[in-house]
Ligand binder design. Structure first.
Ligand SMILES: Nc1ncnc2c1ncn2[C@@H]1O[C@H](COP(=O)(O)OP(=O)(O)OP(=O)(O)O)[C@@H](O)[C@H]1O
Length: 893
């Protein structure tokens, strides 16, 4: 019994407790086509609950399939619709008049009788609802009707011919809601029939090999019933029962044999199968208990029907199947689905909407109750309840105190780093404009890369690049010191100064071995202080090699005022740095083409350089304060191709060479300089000499960068996250949102692919994922507000990003012919619903890649294809820092 509107309502339904989904199976008769083919019936309903496979199983099949299946109800092929309704759906459908949500689903193979069954059930149920209304004159009823279908993941309004695709919204109060869905108030049952015929006219019908009039979309008809007792209408006892019943005719599952259909039908088939697979996954997960997250959002039907699948609704599923031998495989799949579904439970509740007056009264009652409780707590402070409450509050306060302490510590740390950086920048001794020499006199000779050209390996096919280091000698003793390779390799601690360069952490980036040619140069004029012409005294080819991290990038400008330094102590090669000496033999296999094309200055580290105190490369917070990390070039297996893509200006494939270009332009503009946080993230800040600092766009970019930097400084706690059990689900959420943002911002497919394949939920990747998310949100916001961004020195708008993405897709389509053998291409075309004789097949496929941001299977497949096309085969060899924490929104990675 439930009290509604001040009276007792009799409820047959189990309310508030768990109830299993009611699952029935309906066998249809053989169709004319099946009979003409001399197909035979292999299935038989031997009782009201059991269906068996008559043919008998072979020995090998016995271990795989049961012979008999039991459900709440099975209907043989001669059962009329009325009986199916009465015994398989009526009770649950009519719960709606008592304020309980309900859903009736039809699931089964294409052509198995879903529409045949659901059409009848819907009509019978609505007729019964009107009968109920007739019999309950004491209540006022309002019936509303809406209808939608989901076709290739687009939701359509069946009552409005020109509504376009509808969005799904998460309403905190109403739950999932379909935006702008038409809801008609029903006048009577004839009006309902009229509306049904409108829906029918709109429904997409197609011909499949099994059904000439196959309903291709998933169709959901929804009847909402609101009722209030007339007796209490308008007074403070009145309340309204509101509930909906969904009649769901799912699209038919298709087996491999039906895949002979081609073109649009095949594409539909793929979508249908994918969404039914997602439904199956939800049902399977729900049937095995509710451990972990249920992927309701993986497909739109799941999302829309979430409350019917394990939520606050009563649910009946009617699984329809053909008895024909030719469809045995599909029939077994249907029965498997039905078996899982019968394990799923829901928890139905009566939905009562109270009148405002009733609500106020109830709240007043609650208030009085709380006040009484408080009063009694005040008079009896020693009561056990208040003691427990106090203890709880104390614990909470203690916890908050600890959090505040940690946050304060982090803030202080961040400030001290910023302060240190500022000082480092202030203390930087300016170089002489003419000579480029360091201001302080070094007791060691300056090592200089002598020949720019020898370091330009852009078009080189050599396996191991040679870095020629010229040693400029200023005194005979210097010459002595560096006249042998051994001596060169035993250089004391020294510092590598790279103007406007960026360096990344060695833990994450692979190193590139570079053979060293040390060339001893002698000043021609003998003037120790000048940098005049030199003559080569001797040249030593190193047997060993230096490892250079490939994400070094160099600016065009001369090293007059170094923008950042990177230092490393000779003793500790594991410490973040740039160069270390390695045995040639061990590093042979790592050889890769390498780009290095500007000046490098090497000089001795000052005694008091803070770097000497750094011992632990793992310790993020103790990295050298002047350690600068930025975007590093993407290293595909095929570097040249990566560049080809980046030259094509596809946004964010530009995380390759274009990054260097950007760095160069920035430094030339002098518009920004970089500060580096303790964690090594570069934070561009406006400089006094900024020439473009006034522009609105730039200031918005900088504002963003600062915000992000602050955010990172306070949130970079990968270790903490590592121990948190919340991270995996948080990662999934972020990943999904990032994918949607990529889609919304037209981000390069290559970029998406790399990110997707590299970041798979390792807690250490927290910060990358978070930064990517923030950066994209910012970008999307900018696009939405019609703002422009700067990327690679070029203005980026939504339109230009779209254009660039189109070009990237064209580029990928061209790759398909080059990269994929014909057989593989054809397989892909078929899989992606593209006819083998269609024009521009490759472009069609390229256009489909990454197009469905809701479908994770689609995303994974797209990533695999793009990876193949760009030669990204070994994620573990790619360094994650290419998604550098460079907060320039221009590089919206
Ligand atoms: N129980 C039944 N008794 C008689 N005929 C049936 C029965 N079930 C289905 N049929 C007939 O089988 C054909 C296919 O049925 P229906 O269109 O309902 O299949 P479906 O499962 O909805 O297919 P699709 O998923 O392709 O839309 C129709 O001609 C229908 O009249």
């Amino acid at each position: 019994m439930v009290i509604v509107d001040g009276r007792e309502e009799e409820m047959q339904e189990p309310v508030g407790c768990e109830e299993r989904i009611f699952v029935s199976v309906r066998l249809r008769p053989l169709t004319d086509n099946e009979i003409a083919r001399h197909d035979v019936c292999d299935w038989e309903c031997i009782s009201d609950n059991t269906i068996i496979y008559r043919k008998g199983l072979s020995v090998s099949e016995k271990s795989m399939y049961p012979t008999a299946y039991t459900f709440d109800r099975v209907f043989s092929s001669d059962c009329p619709n009325r009986q199916v309704y009465e015994e398989g759906a009526k009770e649950i459908a009519l719960s709606v008049v008592r304020g309980i949500n309900s859903s009736i689903f039809a699931y089964g193979q294409t052509g198995s009788g879903k529409t045949y069954t659901m059409t009848a059930i819907t009509e019978y149920a609505v007729a019964d609802i009107y009968n109920y209304i007739q019999r309950h004159k004491e209540r006022e009823f309002i019936l509303k009707f809406s209808a939608m279908d989901i076709y290739n993941e687009f939701v359509r309004d069946l009552l409005s011919a020109d509504s376009g695709p509808l969005r799904l919204l998460d309403d905190p109060e109403r739950g999932m809601d379909v935006e702008r869905l038409t809801e008609e108030t029903l006048r009577d049952s004839n009006h309902f029939k009229e509306l049904l015929s409108i829906c029918e006219a709109q429904t997409q019908i197609g011909e499949t090999s099994l059904n000439e009039t196959s309903t291709r979309p998933h169709q959901i008809l929804k009847v909402t019933v609101e009722s209030s007792a007339l007796e209490f209408l308008g007074n403070d006892k009145s309340s309204t029962l509101v509930a909906s019943v969904n009649f769901v005719d799912l699209a038919g599952t298709e087996g491999v044999s039906q895949k002979s259909s081609a073109g649009a039908r095949l594409k539909e088939g793929c979508h249908i199968n994918r969404s039914l697979l997602a439904l199956g996954t939800v049902i399977r997960k729900l049937s095995t208990g509710r451990n972990g997250q249920i992927p309701y959002r993986d497909s739109k039907p799941n999302w829309i029907l979430q409350s019917s699948l394990g939520g606050n609704a009563r649910t009946a599923i009617i699984c329809t199947m053909s008895p024909a031998r030719t469809h045995v495989e599909q029939s077994r799949n249907t029965l498997l689905f039905a078996s899982c579904a019968k394990e799923v439970t829901t928890k139905a509740q009566v939905n009562v909407v109270m009148s405002d007056k009733a609500l106020v009264k109830q709240l007043q009652r609650e208030l009085v109750k709380l006040e009484n409780e408080l009063r009694s707590a005040g008079t009896a402070p020693t009561s056990s309840i208040s003691d427990a409450l106090l203890r709880e509050k104390d614990l909470e306060i203690e916890k908050l105190r600890k959090e505040v302490a940690i946050l304060t510590q982090q803030r202080d740390l961040a400030w001290s780093v910023v302060e240190g950086l500022r000082q480092a920048a202030d203390n930087e001794s300016p170089r002489d404009e003419k000579t480029g020499k360091a201001g302080s006199d070094s007791q060691y000779p300056k090592l200089r890369v002598r020949d720019r050209d020898s370091m330009d390996f852009e078009n080189s096919t050599i396996v191991r690049p040679v870095l020629t280091v010229g040693v400029r000698c200023r005194s005979p003793s210097d010459r002595q010191s560096f006249s042998s390779e051994e001596n060169f390799l035993q250089l004391p601690d020294f510092k590598l100064t790279i103007p406007h360069a960026s360096v990344s952490s060695p833990q994450l980036s692979p190193r590139i071995p570079v053979s060293v040619r040390t060339t001893l140069l002698q000043e021609e004029d003998g003037d120790e202080n000048s940098e005049g012409p030199c003559k080569e005294v001797c040249c030593i080819d190193s047997k060993s090699s230096m490892n250079i991290y490939p994400d070094l990038s160099f600016s065009e400008s001369c090293p007059k005022i170094p923008q950042c330094n990177s230092s490393f102590p000779r003793e500790s090669s594991a410490i973040p740095g740039v160069i270390e000496v390695d045995n040639e033999e061990t590093s042979k296999q790592e050889s890769k083409p390498f780009h290095l094309n500007k000046n490098i200055w090497i000089e001795k580290v000052e005694e008091d350089d803070s770097i000497s105190s750094i011992q632990n490369a793992e310790d993020f917070t103790r990295r050298p304060s002047n350690f600068h990390r930025e975007f590093s070039p993407l290293k595909f297996d095929h570097q040249r191709e990566a560049e080809e893509l980046s030259r094509n200006e596809s946004p964010n494939s530009s995380i390759t060479a274009t990054v260097n270009k950007l760095n160069t332009q920035r430094s030339l503009n002098g518009s920004q300089s970089s500060l580096t946080s303790a964690a090594g993230w570069s934070v561009p800040i406006p400089e006094n000499q900024s020439s473009t600092g006034g522009s609105e766009e730039m200031s918005s970019n900088l504002n963003y960068e600062k915000q992000l930097a602050d955010y990172v400084a306070m949130n970079s706690l990968p270790d903490t996250y590592g121990s948190s059990s919340a991270w995996p689900s948080e990662f999934k959420r972020l990943q999904r949102e990032i994918i949607e943002l990529w889609h919304a911002c037209n981000v390069s497919l290559v970029h998406r692919t790399y990110f997707f394949l590299l970041f798979k939920g390792d807690p250490k990747d927290y910060i990358y994922t978070e930064v990517e998310h923030r950066r994209l949100s910012f970008l999307k916001n900018a696009f939405t507000n019609g703002n422009q961004m700067v990327e690679n020195g070029q203005v980026l708008t939504y339109a230009s990003s779209k254009k660039a993405l189109r070009r990237e897709r064209q580029m990928l389509s061209q790759r398909m012919c080059k990269r994929l053998p014909q057989v593989e291409r054809e397989k892909l075309f078929l899989k992606w619903g593209i006819e083998l004789n269609a024009k521009q097949r490759s472009l069609k496929l390229a256009n489909l890649l990454w197009s469905d941001c809701k479908d994770m299977e689609h995303i994974a497949e797209s990533a695999a294809i793009v990876a193949k096309l760009v030669g990204f085969v070994e994620p573990e060899k790619t360094f994650k820092e290419m998604f550098g924490l460079n907060f320039s929104p221009g590089q919206h990675t």
